[in-house]
Design a protein around this ligand. Structure first.
Ligand code: UDP
Length: 246
């Protein structure tokens, strides 16, 4: 068994709350184990100043940040090199499915805040953001979903925790995982086009293990996609019943 008792191909528990914030145009709370993220969307609205507008499509702005109290070692408030990079890769993944050409001269703002981090925050952020965009009614070709897979010691596992990411470096080796360190491969996936829209890697891995991890990651993304669909359907079913009663 893994540190938290999961099987190697098992995701952490997922909790989704759509429309979590009252004041944003769309929002979502997304928890995967102890990684908790909230996303709020504003727009589409006309972009000011005018010279930043694109006459052919909307501009997507994404801001990822970890809250000061989201990590064991207090994070200094404000952007970092890491948060700027993550904002960019998350934006690229989201842009692959949002129909930006429907809203020329406009801007769509996506604000993502990590409330609690236990690894996998970029993937949880993509999941929270795409749900918030759906909640805001932004047209998309498909939902995308994201999760990390990788190798811990000698095992190929899905959805690594921070303890697993630190295996062999700050966390001592044990019999279950075997000798070695950890390699983490975040993946975001578009199930409609069977397309990978984000792929990164932290660590080293042999080709055969990389392919096994990818397969596991895509399987995880497909499971999360089903959870997302269920959460969206549940929310909008309730709204339509309430409207009918009103
Ligand atoms: N982390 C931290 N402090 C930081 C940045 C990261 O404690 O300033 C932890 C946090 O748990 C995060 C994990 O390290 O989830 C892995 O960070 P990484 O940069 O690999 O991104 P993530 O896996 O969160 O997408």
């Amino acid at each position: 068994m893994r540190f938290d008792g999961r099987m190697d191909d098992e995701l952490r528990e997922i909790e989704i709350r759509i429309g979590y914030l009252d004041n944003a145009d769309g929002s979502a709370y997304y928890r995967q184990g102890n990684t908790v993220v909230v996303a709020g969307v504003y727009g589409p609205r006309l972009l000011h100043p005018k010279h930043l507008q694109d006459p052919k499509k909307a501009i997507l702005r994404v801001q990822y940040d970890m809250l000061t109290f989201s990590v064991p070692e207090r994070k200094k408030p404000g952007p970092t090199r890491r948060s700027i990079e993550l904002s960019k890769v998350i934006r690229k993944a989201l842009e692959s499915v949002i129909m930006l050409e429907e809203f020329p001269r406009s801007v769509i703002d996506v604000y993502i805040r990590v409330l609690n981090a236990d690894a996998g925050t970029r993937c949880a952020s993509i999941n929270a953001a795409i749900l918030a965009l759906a909640d805001a009614g932004i047209p998309m070709k498909s939902l995308i979903s994201a999760v990390a897979a990788g190798k811990v010691g000698q095992r190929i596992v899905l959805d690594l925790t921070k303890m697993e990411e630190d295996y062999g470096k700050f966390v001592p080796e044990n019999d279950y995982y075997g000798p070695g360190t950890a390699t983490d491969i975040p993946i975001a996936y578009n199930p409609l086009d069977d397309e990978i829209v984000l792929l990164q890697m932290d660590g080293e891995i042999e080709k055969e293990d990389f392919l096994k991890a990818m397969e596991l990651g895509i399987k995880g993304c497909k499971e999360i996609y089903q959870d997302m669909r269920k959460a969206i359907k549940k929310k909008y079913k309730v709204v339509s019943i309430e409207e009918n009663q009103g």
